[in-house]
Unconditional design. Structure first.
Length: 278
């Protein structure tokens, strides 16, 4: 017994020294092959987790499949998150690997169109809402039984500062991200008794490919330079800086870890204290 306790203590100390805060945890990330999703996946892998990720973009999946942990601690799938059947097939594949999940990260989302509401089409509205909101329903519905089987866990939903403050010229996006916060708050109430925590992260102005497109579209709509739009976005945060994908990944790591076991129903800004979106 003493020998067993000794080796258990040694393993515990090794895990601390190696920073294996997510050791043995199983995590599913939607839209996980690029951007925030891939940054989060890499951080979770580095902390000892097993990561299941899906993405619609084959070019990103091909890159991810070159990772050293592929089919060991990293499992990668093609999936259109806006298709209920695709998501169902994804879960059937994951269930062959594990019956339990420690965390679902609903990361999938699109920026949606730029323009005043009278100039937007219903098709653009519907597409934005289906990807940014309905996909969360598809994933969450199938993940909850696996989280319950695990006797608890965490759901992290990606919202946005637009889901708190609104976002001029981006009404479909803002509406979808407000909806994500409503889902988060409600699920936290429903699932707390099962020790399943539900939180939303609101990233700020993330430096990356999506923001490049947003800046391009806004500059085109307003007929001003991309440089001035970029400067304006950076100035929206008190720290006068971009937010980086890894910043979101580290917040996910914390919310998944046992250090956050009393945190649920929260809307957490990782935005450098954004004071406006305009």
């Amino acid at each position: 017994m003493i020998i067993f306790l000794f080796f258990t203590l040694i393993q515990y100390l090794i895990d601390i020294l190696m920073n294996n805060t997510l050791k043995n945890k199983k995590i599913l990330i939607s839209a996980g092959a690029s951007g925030i999703g891939w940054a989060t996946a890499k951080i979770c892998l580095g902390k000892g987790a097993t990561v299941f990720l899906c993405d619609i973009e084959q070019k990103y999946l091909r890159k991810v499949k070159k990772h050293s942990q592929i089919n060991k601690k990293l499992f990668v799938y093609h999936c259109d998150a806006s298709s209920e059947d695709d998501v169902l097939q994804l879960f059937k594949k994951i269930l062959k690997k594990t019956k339990k999940l420690d965390c679902l990260i609903n990361n999938v989302g699109v920026a949606g169109p730029t323009g005043t509401i009278e100039n937007l089409s219903s098709m653009h509205w519907e597409k934005t809402l289906k990807i940014n909101v309905i996909s969360h329903f598809y994933f969450t519905k199938l993940a909850i039984p696996m989280l319950k089987k695990n006797k608890g866990g965490s759901i992290i939903n990606m919202s946005s500062g637009a889901g708190i403050m609104g976002f001029p010229l981006r009404s479909p996006y803002a509406a979808s991200k407000w909806a994500v916060i409503g889902i988060t708050k409600t699920l936290a109430m429903e699932l707390g008794k099962f020790k399943i925590r539900v939180n939303a992260i609101c990233p700020g102005t993330i430096k990356g490919d999506r923001m490049v497109r947003v800046i391009r579209d806004k500059a085109k709509f307003l007929k001003i330079s991309k440089k001035s739009i970029e400067k304006e976005f950076i100035s929206m945060a008190s720290i006068n800086s971009w937010v980086y994908e890894e910043d979101i990944g580290y917040m996910c790591n914390f919310l998944i870890s046992d250090d956050a076991k009393r945190i649920s129903g929260q809307v957490i800004g990782v935005d450098g204290n954004a004071t406006r979106l305009d």
